[in-house]
Design a protein around this ligand. Structure first.
Ligand SMILES: C[S@@+](CC[C@H](N)C(=O)[O-])C[C@H]1O[C@@H](n2cnc3c(N)ncnc32)[C@H](O)[C@@H]1O
Length: 192
């Protein structure tokens, strides 16, 4: 049976020379909330679009993903751009971040519920969590088919309710579904 690392390596191998994209809404619309200095971590970064935004904003950035293929592609881009980014091929479930080790943590399109306590512990005081991923209520076919990898209603909010919520968005099927932010939820929260 193909393991998780092999599965994602094959996906990124097939996309060789693809660019990481712009960064997710949760980060790109909230860069004004980032600290002026400090360190940041993108968990399960894939090609690391968010990690590149974090590094470009001046934060010393770590980017972790289980796929060495993705990390190699990201590191090459970071070196070319001269950004303060260190990629690491790492299984975050086996080796989660250490307590009080980051000022900013970003997670997008990755949902492992057991990681939540480690993420909260890994933030320093005043540290920020920016999280965006798929919801079970969906308008399009984007994201994983397996419901276990999608959020229930308000789940992200409840998972991080011990933090101070700065931004939360989850629009479900409300109103004109051809507009707005659909298929996903996003959260920005601060550890007090
Ligand atoms: C759907 S992709 C999302 C990638 C990126 N965050 C994005 O939004 O484009 C999920 C990512 O999680 C990574 N991943 C899966 N299990 C992991 C684990 N245990 N530790 C670290 N990364 C993992 C995969 O390699 C893949 O890059």
């Amino acid at each position: 049976m193909i393991d998780v690392r092999e599965k994602w390596d094959n996906i990124y191998q097939g996309r060789e020379n693809s660019q990481p994209g712009k960064g997710d809404k949760v980060l790109c619309e909230n860069t004004h909330l980032l600290p002026k200095s400090g360190n940041a971590l993108e968990i399960a970064c894939g090609l690391g679009a968010n990690a590149l935004v974090l590094a470009d904003s001046g934060l010393q950035t770590d980017a972790w993903d289980i796929s060495p293929v993705a990390i190699e592609q990201l590191q090459a881009i970071a070196i070319e751009k001269g950004l303060p980014l260190k990629g690491e091929a790492r299984d975050v479930m086996l080796r989660p971040p250490a307590p009080e080790s980051y000022d900013v943590i970003v997670v997008s399109h990755f949902l492992e519920r057991d990681l939540a306590t480690h993420i909260i512990a890994a933030l320093r005081a005043d540290g920020l969590l920016l999280y965006q991923t798929f919801t079970r209520i969906q308008v399009s076919n984007s994201g994983p088919k397996n419901e276990a990898f999608r959020l229930a209603e308000n789940e992200l909010l409840e998972m991080y309710s011990s933090l101070k919520i700065l931004v939360y968005r989850e629009e479900g099927h409300v109103g004109d579904v051809t507009k707005g932010f659909r298929d996903e939820a996003l959260l920005v929260a601060q550890k007090k």
